[in-house]
Design a protein around this ligand. Sequence first.
Ligand code: CDP
Ligand code: MG
Length: 138
Amino acid sequence: MERTFLMVKPDGVERGLIGQVISRLENKGFRMVAMKMLRISEELAREQYAEHAGKPFFDEMLSFMTSGPVVAMVWEGRGVIQSVRRLMGATDPAQAAPGTIRGDMGTSISRNVVHGSDSPAAAEREIKLFFDSGEILA
Ligand code: CDP
Ligand code: MG
C-alpha cells in the first residue's frame, strides 16, 4: 500500500489547524499510520528541504520551519501521494484553489500550513527521515 509523509508546519500548529488537516485526509478515506509532534532541528530541516538549498527563500524557510513545533505524519492509501498533493493545493495559497488546505487556510507562500511528499522517492526519503520503522503502526 502506498504511503506518504505529511507535516503540519509551525503556522498550522500555532493557529490550531492540526485537527482540520487530519480531518480532510480522514474524510477522503486515507489511514494515518504514524504521527508525532516535534520541534525540528536546523539539521533536519536542511535535510528535508535539501533540494531547495541555495534558493533565495531557503534561509528564511529554515528559520520558520524550526521556529515552533510541527506535526509529522505517515498516511497510507491507494494513490495517497498525488491525492494528498491535490488536497493540499498549490504552493502559494493565493493561487491554491478554494477547497484545498492551502487555498482555505494558507496565509502566504512561506506560511502555507502543510508539507506533503511530491513523489514516491520523496515519500520514502521523508518517512525515513522522521520515523523509525517501528513507529509506523500498519
Ligand atoms: O511545498 P511544495 O512542494 O508545494 O513547494 P516547493 O516548491 O517544494 O517549496 C517548498 C516550500 O518552500 C514551500 O512549501 C514554501 O513553504 C517554501 N517556499 C517559500 O517560502 N518561498 C518560495 N518562493 C517558494 C517556496
Ligand atoms: Mg516540494
